[in-house]
Design a protein around this ligand. Structure first.
Ligand code: MG
Length: 249
């Protein structure tokens, strides 16, 4: 069931999203060679708590941390650890959410640790830009397939592949709501986009093959061929005036 939000609810949700965006910013600024992923998780946790919100991922489905931190060939759902030290040249994807006033904001971004390879930079830039291509397509009267098609076209034209096993999603009082928002699709197909819908658009884009595998820790998802992956996400409201990025700072 798709839950449409009123203007008042969108205002409350914007507050949760602003905390999520702030936490992602400080976590991203902490990405440096020599820092552990657990230290980054702690920074995100402290920020969310200091702003009166709750980490939306912590204990969600049993996830043990505030942020998912996924490095290089890890696509999503990496578990922060004191053993995991970030190295020069790593591509570090951070995904986190905050809950405030009963609403969740969800966002993600990929950060560079020191100097990364030109190809890693191109993957990251393409993934980030594809998110905005998808957002631009999130207009009332459009369809879910318009969003995925825009992302897919942008990335495949540049030689990258789109992860199909995981998708974006509706978000609101719950972290995951209907509809699902694939990063691929056919224009004009799928659920009709209506004002008041709030969705997390989150391209997960691979350097090599689109196939992924889940590790035995039950969470971490990696590329099947060991090549790089990048991930960017915003929580977006569809309004009569067009898409509004709720997780903008
Ligand atoms: Mg999400």
């Amino acid at each position: 069931m798709i839950v449409l939000k009123t203007k008042r609810e969108l205002t409350l949700m914007r507050d949760a999203c602003r905390v999520s965006a702030g936490a992602l910013k400080v976590a991203g600024e902490a990405v440096k060679p020599g820092v552990t992923t657990l230290e980054i998780d702690r920074i995100a946790y402290e920020f969310i708590i200091a702003h009166g919100a709750e980490p939306a991922f912590l204990n969600y489905g049993g996830f043990p941390a505030t942020a998912c931190i996924s490095i290089n060939d890890e696509v999503i759902h990496g578990i922060p650890s004191k053993e995991r030290v970030i190295k020069e040249g790593d591509l570090v994807s951070i995904d986190l959410g905050a809950k405030l006033h009963g609403y969740v904001g969800d966002n993600a971004a990929t950060f560079a640790a020191g100097r990364i390879s030109p190809e890693a930079q191109r993957l990251s830039d393409t993934t980030r830009k594809s998110l905005y291509e998808g957002i631009r397509a999130a207009v009332p009267g459009g369809r879910i397939g318009d969003i995925g098609a825009a992302i897919e076209r942008y990335c495949t034209e540049r030689g990258f592949s789109v992860v199909r096993d995981y998708t974006g999603h509706g978000v609101g009082a719950e972290l995951h709501e209907d509809p699902s928002v694939p990063n691929f699709g056919t224009p004009g197909r799928g659920v009709r986009l209506l004002p008041g819908m709030t969705i997390a658009i989150e391209p997960m884009i691979n350097q090599g093959v689109e196939e992924v595998k889940r590790l035995s820790d039950g969470w971490t998802v990696k590329t099947r061929d060991g090549k790089l992956s990048a991930h960017f996400e915003h929580t977006v409201a569809i309004t009569a005036d067009g898409p509004k990025i709720l997780t903008a700072l």
